[in-house]
Design a protein around this ligand. Structure first.
Ligand code: FE
Length: 237
């Protein structure tokens, strides 16, 4: 059954969600941002329980949402979408203002923004669903096209990281080649591991293809990073 293909029929936008508590703040890429009520206007977002941001949203009781423009650079998405602030500071300077709740409202590559006061936190499994009322918003461009998940996936050949609510594991390819001397390589951006014994069937790479034999234009199936950002890994599974 083509589970992954079926799940990819669902569509989403791509957003930068911002949060803050006391003197800590963070921003991360999300695709699960929805308006769930019109009166009062409320948004829901889904955030992995282990994410650094979940803690900030829970205690700061607010979040900001920046709707990203279609030509947002992949590097920007990689920095805020595939790296945890808990283990690697998200370098780079964002253009932002402080909203009425104290969360940063980020302007970079932003078409429109919303600021929400959190009212409910719902346990939905791997993630918390935070529901908040819109307390402020702004429109930065009427003409700029917005980035959506389908375009992002097809244009950048990337997918959701493992902690995204929409992550779908690739159907495991039966290993037909012994691990033997084939070495695994890890992506420096998102920590995806390329296992030669599995290959990358979704991109036409058959099991048994060594990392060196991958085409030069092959990119990380998760974050879209190029081969030069991979390093040898001791991972065997
Ligand atoms: Fe990656």
């Amino acid at each position: 059954m083509k589970k992954r293909e079926a799940y990819f029929k669902l569509t989403y936008g791509i957003y930068l969600v911002s949060c803050a508590h006391k003197d800590e703040s963070n921003a991360y890429i999300a695709n699960t941002v929805f308006q769930v009520s019109s009166k009062p206007e409320k948004f829901a977002i889904s955030c992995h329980k282990e994410n650094y941001s979940s803690n900030l949203i829970e205690h700061g009781k607010a979040f900001g949402v920046s709707v990203l423009q279609k030509d947002t650079p992949l590097e920007f998405i990689q920095r805020y979408g595939y790296q945890s602030a808990a283990t690697k500071p998200k370098s780079g300077q964002l253009n932002y203002k402080l909203g009425v709740t104290g969360v940063p409202i980020v302007y970079d590559y932003t078409v429109a923004w919303f600021e929400c006061q959190v009212e409910q936190k719902v346990d939905v499994g791997t993630h918390w669903l935070f529901i908040g009322e819109v307390v402020d918003y702004g429109l930065l461009s009427s003409s700029e096209e917005v980035l959506d998940y389908k375009f992002y996936r097809e244009h950048h050949k990337a997918a959701s990281p493992s902690k995204a609510p929409t992550y779908v594991a690739e159907e495991s390819e039966s290993a037909t080649v012994e691990e033997a001397d084939l070495k695994s390589y890890a992506c420096a951006i998102c920590e995806y591991i390329y296992h030669p014994s599995r290959g990358d069937a979704a991109r036409g790479i058959s099991a048994g293809t060594s990392f060196d034999d991958l085409p030069d234009d092959w990119v990380c199936p998760v974050c879209g990073a190029g081969k030069m950002l991979f390093t040898e890994s001791s991972a065997t599974t």
